[in-house]
Structures are given as C-alpha cells and as structure tokens.
Design a protein around this ligand. Structure first.
Ligand SMILES: NC(=O)c1ccc[n+]([C@@H]2O[C@H](COP(=O)([O-])OP(=O)(O)OC[C@H]3O[C@@H](n4cnc5c(N)ncnc54)[C@H](OP(=O)(O)O)[C@@H]3O)[C@@H](O)[C@H]2O)c1
Length: 342
C-alpha cells in the first residue's frame, strides 16, 4: 500500500476549546493517509473507541493537565483493535490489542505502548470496559483506597456510568451497603435489579440530602465521587465519623468555565473525615492481577461489566461524546467502528 495516496484513514481532531458540553462543532473530522509503520512500530486498525468523561477535562484551555489536547491535536484515545502490519517481533498481523492511537481508524504506534488482549479471557470491547482503565479504576479505587468494611455504607455517584457501575458491585463484594446516585428512575431500577445495589437515588428527584439521610440512617462511611458539585455536597453533609471521600472524578465540573470545589467541606473537620485523590496509573504494575480477578468474578457471575455500544464510523465520535452527558447510557460507553474498506 502507498502511504501517500491511500486516504482510507479518518481522524477526529479538536477544532476549538469547547464551552459547556462539547458538541460536533468543537471537533473536526478529516480524511488522512494510512500511516506506514517504521521499525519497532505497528499499524493498528481501531475496532472500538472509548467515550470517556475525562476527555472533557483535558480539552480545557489550561496548561495544568498532563494529557492536554489543544485545538488542532488528534483527540486522545486508547482504542481496542487489531494489528494490521507489524515491524516489531512481539506483534503480528491479526493480534488483538489496546493501542493509544487516538480517534482515528488506522494509527501507527511504538510497540512498547501496545498491550496485547487475550480475547480468550474476555471479548475485545471488554478490554476497554471491565478489564480496561474503567474497571481497573473501580478496582484500585475501591480496594486500595476506599477499603469499605462489611456493613459500612458506601455512596457512589455517577453510579450508572462506566466506573460507577463496577465500583458499586465491588463494594457489594466487600460486604458494604451500597447506595448509588444516578439521573433517572429507570437507571435506579437497573442499579438495584440488575447490579445488586441496595438502594439507588435519582438526583433529579427532590432534595438529594434528604434522600440520603433516609437511605443511610447510619450516615455515609465512603463517598466514591465521580461527579463532584452539588451531588458531592449533599453527600458530604451526611458523612460518618472517620469517613472518607475518594476523588475519582468531577464530571459535573469539567464543563464549567470556572470549576468549583465542595461547599460542604466543613463536615470533613467535624467528622474527622478525609478526602483522598486518586489516579489509576499509579497501579500500572498490578493491572494484570487485577484483570485476572475481575475476569474471574465476571465469569462466575459475581459481577457484570455493563456496556453501551454505539455503531458508527469515527465521524460519529463527537455525537457519541455528547451522548455521554445526556445521561442515557449505562455502563461503559463505546463506539464500534465498521471494518475498514480493503
Ligand atoms: N482517577 C482516575 O484515575 C480515573 C480514571 C478513569 C475515569 N475517572 C473519572 O471517573 C468518572 C466517571 O467516568 P466515566 O468515563 O465512567 O463516565 P460515565 O460515568 O460513564 O459518564 C458520565 C455520567 O456522569 C453523570 N453526569 C454527567 N454530567 C453530570 C453533571 N453535570 N452532574 C451530575 N452528573 C453528571 C451522568 O450520569 P447520571 O445522568 O446518571 O447522573 C453521566 O452518564 C469521570 O469523572 C472520570 O474523569 C477517573
């Protein structure tokens, strides 16, 4: 194939810094040449793109973020796909891999950044969901940071999302009483009936603080915070003595021109509680063990890895990203690409 004239590739770039929830006008989709792998590299065809809330944080106009994406840059993404050509002895055409090639159909990447997927352990999309950064975040945040004791009360917000839906099930495995906060009655029913949460609360449905007081008579030992803002504040008011808040994410703030911290922090003092920051990458040397444990629980039926899979070409990525914020998806949101034309 000739790299210069073969424009079967398509890419999504950031066009401008978004205001509010990012929409299609904030992205540029363009045809691009199929890149040629050099020595030590592989050419990967993306089959699944992941749609993550964290993207909205790194496209902000701020030099503070390590993985910042600026206007004109390819949108970052670790995709699940298949090696098309390899110039490295560890990989061959047809290998299923995770590869940080960004939002494009075909990308070249150094073999050292590519992770092989054992599709016998789990199908390819699950390597982005339950066995991907999403599941690993829930696992390490819950078991190494939150460490709930049997009988303790854990509140998870963003509970029906990618990270939250798995975190809640892991807290149940630890023997905790688990309360999920989400944005619709339908997702509340799903959390309780399908995922085994003890209680689910709709944050659009009246006073959240009063709902939490009613659901957690012994107050809240662990707040697993994915969204921040007013939802975090309502929970902080009801934190237990020596409770803890795990700062996994702050989705509600990523879209704000001025991000705001918690107003109800005073309860941390009164209740001798603490807030703990967390980044999953600190645990990279333990991912393999965590993946094996997560896969075994899923196989035995102890946990589920919910996924919402949209179908479309890379052109559909901006709309899929908007959908992350409309509160309809359950579990990990993925975009499945059609096979590239030969
Ligand atoms: N610390 C780490 O290492 C790490 C790693 C991965 C991800 N994260 C973080 O984990 C969080 C969850 O990520 P995810 O990819 O799994 O996303 P997600 O939870 O699947 O999707 C976002 C969900 O957040 C809720 N939401 C969106 N805007 C909101 C708002 N303004 N107020 C309240 N809720 C809102 C919506 O649920 P409802 O409508 O049901 O409320 C929405 O469905 C993100 O903050 C992400 O940055 C952290």
């Amino acid at each position: 194939m000739s790299g210069h004239h073969d424009f079967r590739n398509r890419q999504v770039l950031l066009k401008r810094v978004p205001e509010g929830v990012a929409g299609p006008d904030d992205f540029e989709v363009r045809p691009a040449p199929v890149p040629e792998p050099q020595a030590g590299q592989v050419l990967v065809e993306a089959h699944y793109l992941q749609v993550e809330a964290a993207l909205r944080l790194i496209v902000r106009d701020s030099k503070d973020f390590l993985f910042r994406v600026k206007p004109g840059d390819l949108i970052r993404n670790t995709v699940a796909g298949v090696v098309q050509r390899s110039e490295h002895p560890d990989f061959k055409a047809g290998d299923a891999v995770l590869a940080p090639i960004g939002v494009q159909r075909l990308g070249v990447i150094d073999a050292g950044a590519v992770q092989r997927c054992d599709t016998g352990l789990a199908p390819l999309p699950r390597w982005l969901g339950g066995l991907g950064i999403t599941g690993l975040t829930a696992y390490f945040a819950m078991f190494t940071e939150c460490r709930p004791q049997p009988g303790q009360t854990v509140v998870i917000n963003g509970a029906a999302g990618g990270v939250g839906s798995i975190a809640g099930q892991l807290a149940k495995l630890a023997g905790a009483r688990v309360i999920g906060i989400t944005g619709s009655a339908e997702k509340c029913r799903w959390l309780v009936d399908e995922l085994g949460f003890d209680v689910a609360i709709n944050h659009h449905d009246g006073d959240l603080y009063e709902q939490l007081v009613a659901a957690a008579p012994d107050r809240i030992d662990v707040i697993f915070d994915n969204v921040g803002g007013e939802i975090l504040d309502a929970s902080l008011r009801w934190i237990a003595l020596h409770g803890m808040v795990l700062l996994c994410g702050s989705t509600s703030q990523y879209t704000q021109a001025e991000m705001k911290g918690p107003k109800e922090y005073i309860w941390l003092g009164t209740m001798r509680a603490r807030m703990q920051g967390f980044v999953v990458f600190d645990y990279a040397d333990q991912y393999d063990l965590a993946r094996r444990r997560l896969a075994a629980w899923a196989k035995s039926g102890a946990i589920k890895f919910p996924e919402t899979i949209l179908d479309g070409d890379v052109d559909a990525f901006p709309a899929a990203f908007q959908q992350l914020y409309d509160g309809v998806h359950r579990g990990k949101l993925l975009l499945r690409l059609p096979p590239a034309q030969a």
